[in-house]
Design a protein around this ligand. Structure first.
Ligand code: MN
Length: 228
């Protein structure tokens, strides 16, 4: 085996609650428009019935629990999106919804940070979303809570400087967790270490430098970070 031309990047990982071993991350898939009320606030028509869809972030966009998030370059509209995150410890292709939960290692709480101004410009021009979604430090995340059985369905909420901005329930997702995993597996062969951000409910909005962001998903955990 040959040596590398330069030191390879480290494996990205997320702490696992109550365990010494971390969850090694392979990649991050994200679901767009998975809550009706959020679709409406983003300007979708009343008769919009298009299915949710996927985009992606690189694994090294993750920000470990508690670490500050630097305000990103090239935006004046950094938006928060609180999301339930699914962590997979096994994979596969064309996984049926009734088998999809067998792939789950656990759940975490994540924030899909978005350069909303760049996203709106990209939408208007029909351009891709990478610069608005897949930027450095765009995915703060909590520890992963190991989990078996029925997925979380309870409250999902986010506050900025103590003011509640997003307050909904996971049960309102258009695609539920099993359907999200199944749909993703029709497009990619899923593998251990994949994370899936499952979409955000209504109430997204801007965060400024110095703000403290707190998010939670009932039964899963919480995260807190400052915009530096
Ligand atoms: Mn999102």
């Amino acid at each position: 085996m040959s040596a590398f031309a330069f030191p390879p990047p480290p494996v990205v990982s997320v702490p696992v609650e109550g365990r010494a071993e971390a969850f090694p991350v392979r990649r991050i898939l994200c679901v767009g428009r998975n809550y009706w009320a959020h679709r409406k606030e983003m300007g979708a028509a009343d008769d919009d019935r298009d299915p949710p869809f996927f985009f992606a972030k690189p694994a090294d966009a993750l920000v470990p629990p508690g670490a500050p998030v630097p305000y990103p370059s090239a935006t004046g509209a950094l938006h928060h999106e609180i999301e339930l995150v699914v962590a997979l410890s096994s994979g596969g292709a064309d996984v049926s919804p009734d088998r999809a939960l067998e792939l789950v290692f656990g759940y975490a709480v994540g924030v899909d940070l978005t350069r909303r101004d760049l996203q709106n410009a990209a939408k208007a021009k029909g351009q891709p979303w990478e610069s608005s979604k897949a930027f450095d430090a765009s995915a703060p995340i909590s520890a992963v809570r190991p989990w078996r059985g029925d997925p979380p369905r309870g409250r999902i909420a986010l506050s900025v400087d103590g003011i509640v901005r997003q307050d909904a329930v996971v049960a309102d997702m258009i695609w539920n967790v099993a359907e999200v995993i199944s749909q993703a597996s029709t497009l990619w062969t899923l593998a251990p270490g994949d994370l899936i951000f499952t979409g955000t409910p209504e109430g997204v909005g801007a965060v400024e430098r110095g703000a403290t962001v707190e998010g939670e998903v009932e039964g899963v955990g919480a995260l807190r970070f400052q915009i530096a």
